[in-house]
Design a protein around this ligand. Structure first.
Ligand SMILES: [Fe+2]
Ligand SMILES: [Fe+2]
Length: 137
């Protein structure tokens, strides 16, 4: 079975330590979900939700600390995706495994690739301007 997201793809690296670390974790969880049996799938789906929520909080802190002008749009997109993920996490825990697998192998990786190529990329560029040494972690 192939992996969905190439964790080491340089296209995913934004050059901000915290972002790149968390995004690699996200990719690894998505790839594990893709290969998981039902018991592991339920556990890993909840782990993906928790990891995403924690990561969004980290990004929010970065946006606030660097006075990022795109904060409102970015946070509302985080809230929208997190709500979708939470709804699906509840459904998976109630037994909607096939629906959860479909979501985890299509919508989640598609969302990730679009989000890092647009909103997270803009945030990383802003963070670099605030800290040209790129030591934001
Ligand atoms: Fe991100
Ligand atoms: Fe983001």
């Amino acid at each position: 079975m192939t992996t969905l997201l190439d964790t080491l793809n340089p296209k995913y690296a934004l050059g901000v330590g915290m972002l790149d670390h968390d995004h690699r974790e996200f990719c690894e969880l998505v790839n594990q979900l893709h290969k998981a049996d039902t018991v592991d799938f339920i556990r890993l789906f909840s782990a993906l939700y928790a990891q995403t929520e924690a990561h969004f909080n980290e990004e929010k802190t970065l946006m606030l600390n660097t006075k990022f002008s795109g904060i409102n749009e970015h946070l509302s997109e985080h809230a929208r995706f997190l709500s979708e993920l939470k709804t699906m996490d509840l459904a998976v825990r109630r037994g909607a495994i096939i629906m959860g697998r479909q979501f985890a192998t299509t919508i989640v990786p598609e969302w990730f690739l679009t989000h890092i190529a647009t909103m997270d990329k803009a945030l990383a560029a802003h963070a670099h301007l605030c800290n040209p040494a790129q030591k934001i972690s």
